[in-house]
Design a protein around this ligand. Structure first.
Ligand SMILES: NC(=O)c1ccc[n+]([C@@H]2O[C@H](COP(=O)([O-])OP(=O)(O)OC[C@H]3O[C@@H](n4cnc5c(N)ncnc54)[C@H](OP(=O)(O)O)[C@@H]3O)[C@@H](O)[C@H]2O)c1
Length: 327
């Protein structure tokens, strides 16, 4: 995979640390803004990235990457992904895929028409612990309740309180607790159960943005609750799944799933599972992205897109239920 990275912020710094172990991925280009040119050049030098651009059109003309990794603020995912697809490039987009459901639908249509690969970078779906947890679910009997909490006090919340609104708290830029953190819980729950029958979001709203909130997903015989907070914190982050024969406790944040424990109805530990293949959460997803692209595995793309579509549908219904507007 010849990769062009768009963005040079937190997640790009994090991602680049694993690229030494992504043997099949060539870092062909990095694209950012003029204001971040020093950072772009420093990353180029440190990680041996082919070329630096501050203009995406120029990069499309002058570089020969086949895949774009869109790692810019949420509200920009759609426009960069769309331009990349229109220019014949595969796209890996950071979460949330897009701000609006209709934008996602548009990207999907273009990708399918052009036989290009379009994927969402969402670690939860690719971690070995998640894949194994899915296989273990039948051991719990009939599922009843799922609870997933991702609360992380944001340093940007202090800036927000002081009147400086960064993209993560900007309703016009697809910010908020639902989009930023609760999205991981949604991926987790939808990854297990698919599209729910009913979605309700109860947000804490400050200056038109949800700084935290509780989302309920009704599956009929199973009820799920997803909690996401950027304005408060708990000492642990995890998910719990309850069935009539036992329960599973996931250890660590939903996007890392460091391990999980299976308990019986006597609250005895039955099994502890820790099968993630690499310490960094992003490794396994990028290995799989590279495989999908190299083998042109359109069936896998179809499955991942169906999952992302279900997640985008939940987000749309959640925002509607709370009368929140993110544009
Ligand atoms: N998968 C994960 O675990 C994870 C974790 C964190 C974030 N994310 C996702 O990754 C995305 C980026 O988050 P982040 O935390 O890295 O944000 P960030 O630190 O604010 O970085 C955003 C980057 O985008 C660049 N950018 C902004 N406008 C641009 C434009 N028009 N053209 C090119 N580059 C532009 C910024 O450059 P300037 O600084 O020059 O504006 C900056 O380098 C978000 O969608 C977020 O949800 C994922």
């Amino acid at each position: 995979m010849k990769l062009a990275i768009i963005g040079s912020g937190n997640i790009v710094h994090d991602f680049l640390t694993i690229t030494k172990d992504l043997k099949e991925t060539q870092l062909t280009a990095i694209i950012g803004t003029n204001r971040s040119i020093d950072t772009l050049k420093q990353l180029q030098s440190e990680y041996h990235i082919g070329q630096v651009f501050t203009d995406f059109d120029e990069a499309l003309k002058k570089s020969d990457f086949d895949t774009v990794y869109v790692a810019v603020p949420n509200f920009l995912h759609y426009q960069f992904a769309k331009k990349a697809l229109e220019n014949g490039k595969n796209v890996i987009s950071e979460k949330p895929f897009t701000v609006k459901y209709e934008e996602f639908e548009d990207l999907k249509k273009i990708a399918l028409e052009k036989h290009l690969i379009l994927l969402e970078a969402i670690t939860t779906q690719y971690l070995q612990n998640f894949l194994d947890l899915k296989k273990k679910l039948p051991e719990l009997g009939d599922l009843k309740i799922i609870e997933s909490n991702y609360s992380q006090y944001s340093s940007r919340y202090d800036a927000f309180k002081a009147g400086k609104i960064l993209p993560a708290f900007d309703p016009k830029k697809g910010g908020g607790a639902l989009m930023d953190l609760n999205i991981y819980n949604i991926h987790f729950i939808v990854g297990l159960l698919g599209r729910p029958k009913k979605v309700t979001y109860l947000p804490n709203v400050e200056r038109n943005i949800d700084t935290s909130g509780i989302l309920t997903l009704d599956y009929g015989t199973v009820k799920a609750v997803a909690i996401g907070a950027k304005d408060s914190v708990i000492p642990f982050r995890s998910s719990v799944i309850q069935g009539n024969h036992g329960s599973i406790v996931v250890n660590g944040p939903t996007n890392e799933m460091k391990s999980f424990d299976i308990y019986d109805n006597d609250k005895e530990l039955v099994e502890k599972i820790d099968h993630n293949v690499y310490p960094h959460r992003m490794y396994q997803e990028f290995v799989e992205f590279e495989r999908i692209i190299r083998t042109n595995d359109l069936q896998a793309v179809q499955q991942h897109l169906q999952h992302s579509e279900d997640v985008m549908w939940v987000v749309k219904k959640a925002l509607e239920s709370a009368d929140l507007k993110l544009d």
